[in-house]
Ligand binder design. Structure first.
Ligand SMILES: O=C[C@H](O)[C@@H](O)[C@H](O)CC(=O)O
Length: 272
């Protein structure tokens, strides 16, 4: 039986838009994080009115125009595939606002949601401003694009990051968790992983588990799957020959990313 944390694409056609994933509170049981993945054919339009959620609109592939109020961000997006491994453009929109997406080319758009705790300006997060970070060593090397990190005050609760992991490597590793609201040691952030694999026939392994193993799910994750991380450690392993991409959405009671490493595996970090 498939894990309840693993969500396969479920296509719903809404006009010229195809909703690949709609994972909101009623779909997931998560309290803070929401996620949608939308495929748009060229010239397709998609409109949404936010209520109490803020949203980071990520131009995952292709080019889109994002309009909100007097803002028109025309033809944003930098890549035809996430595996071009270059940062892309995003737009942050606070709760209570309406936005319109128009596809300039065929496009895939991620809508990343979290509670809107205060009204903040609509902002184009330009690809050139996205921080690129290389993490890890030995077989846990990965590249991180910090789209909306906790150091960026543009959002009130939302955190968004994308991660690339080559074959034979692990990421989100050594295993860490952020499921306790006990700063300064640890923050509580729910998380979603939207995965892509190249070649698309590939799969990666992800385990989500807690210290007491009350939650312990190990999944084979395929291209365009989503994994929900309500709690627990959540490492990802990538088989030889394949490249992993995932987009993370995180949110919780405080917009701080402070994780706690699994003490059984923290020795990994001490290697010279
Ligand atoms: O907690 C954040 C997520 O688990 C990933 O973004 C992870 O940090 C990526 C990584 O460090 O490999």
């Amino acid at each position: 039986m498939a894990s309840p944390l693993l969500r396969k694409p479920s296509l719903v056609h809404e006009g010229d838009a195809t909703i690949v994933h709609q994972l909101l509170a009623q779909d997931t049981g998560l309290e803070y994080v929401g996620f949608k993945m939308i495929d748009l054919k060229v010239k397709a339009r998609y409109e949404e009115t936010l209520t109490d959620q803020e949203c980071c609109i990520v131009a995952l592939t292709g080019r889109i125009t994002v309009s909100e109020g007097e803002h028109h961000f025309t033809g944003i997006g930098t890549r035809e595939s996430v595996f071009e491994k270059k940062p892309t453009d995003s737009v942050f929109v606070s709760g209570g606002k309406q936005f319109l997406l128009e596809a300039v080319t065929n496009a895939t758009v991620a809508l990343c949601y979290a509670p809107s705790l205060q009204q903040l300006p609509t902002r184009w997060i330009k690809a050139g401003d996205v921080g690129v970070e290389r993490r890890g060593k030995y077989q846990n090397q990965r590249m991180v694009h910090n789209i909306l990190p906790d150091s960026d005050p543009s959002a009130s609760s939302l955190l968004v990051v994308e991660v690339y992991t080559e074959g034979g490597h692990f990421s989100s590793y050594p295993p860490h968790k952020h499921d306790q609201d006990r700063l300064p040691e640890e923050s509580f952030l729910e998380e979603t992983y939207y995965h892509e694999v190249e070649p698309h026939t590939g799969f990666v392994f992800q385990r989500v588990y807690t210290d007491n193993r009350s939650l312990d799910e190990t999944m084979s994750v395929e291209h365009r799957d989503v994994v929900l991380v309500p709690a627990g450690y959540h490492p990802v392993g990538v088989p030889d020959g394949y490249t992993s991409y995932y987009l993370n959405v995180m949110a919780g009671p405080k917009r701080i990313w402070k994780f706690h490493n699994d003490p059984d595996h923290e020795w990994i970090l001490a290697r010279q």
